[in-house]
Design a protein around this ligand. Sequence first.
Ligand code: ZN
Length: 329
Amino acid sequence: MGFNRVCLGRFSSLFSSYLHPFVPVSLSSPTRSLPLPIHSFCHTTSVSAVQSQHPSTPHRSLPMKNSENRWKPMCLYYTQGKCTKMDDPIHLEKFNHDCSRDLQVDVANLNSMHSQELDYFLVLDLEGKIEILEFPVVMIDAKNMNVIDFFHRFVRPSGMSDQRINEYIEGKYGKFGVDRVWHDTAIPFKDVVPEFEAWLTQHQLWGEDLGGFLNRAAFVTCGNWDLKTKVPEQCKVSKIKLPSYFMEWINLKDVYLNFYKRRATGMMTMMKELRIPLSGSHHLGFDDAKNISRVLQHMLTDGAVLNITARKNPNHPEKTDFLLKDRIR
Ligand SMILES: [Zn+2]
């Protein structure tokens, strides 16, 4: 979060895309999944509007050699454990059901990695300025950069009228064509937290009986906003206690500054400087988490060592200590 909104024309292909799994057959016609020219994919209205605002927006451009390795949008029902069409070949052809697909690691790059104190990085990138709308986490193995697992939920605001939510979601996710999956799946933040804790426990990253920070793992965020500001704010709105494991994190932008000695103000800048093509839609949380994961993988390949950069005082969570002297303010 915290960057200019960008909609990528290519992705809007997906207008029919993040369709409900029970999409009518006519919309799932195989002809729509052929590698059409980029503009053919676009939903005319939303893309023309967006392009007029962002005329120089760079598109990601992964090669589309054939239907097997062409880029596909993630099935956002699947990412939340709610896809009911895993036996439908047309659906599988159209949507990606393998989160690691865009995060493949070249084994040759492992030689240049330094050993890390942490075992796992949990790349987190929230969406939603008024309230959290999306909570995506990608779990990366710190030794070999492989994706171990992911956790993704769309989040339903708890302090807003239904009408306001509908407008908010139309404005935020309508342009990506994923407003329907949002409405089908979003749950309140107070219900996301226990599901996330069950996921953390399953991976032995945290235990309710242990409390405290994560176990040999850390959140990696692009900036301090997600965990310094937004999660504590959301906990207040949702009337729950701020979980202890949210109280420390790694701000990738500060690591970037200290490692490369260059300031990067956001994910797009880091990607541009590291020459990583954007994959998916900027400001679709799950895609952003994957793109930040690719920046992380690149930095690890370059030899960066990642440790906690910010920590809240458990007794005074409104206070945050920043552990690197040079940081982006
Ligand atoms: Zn699916």
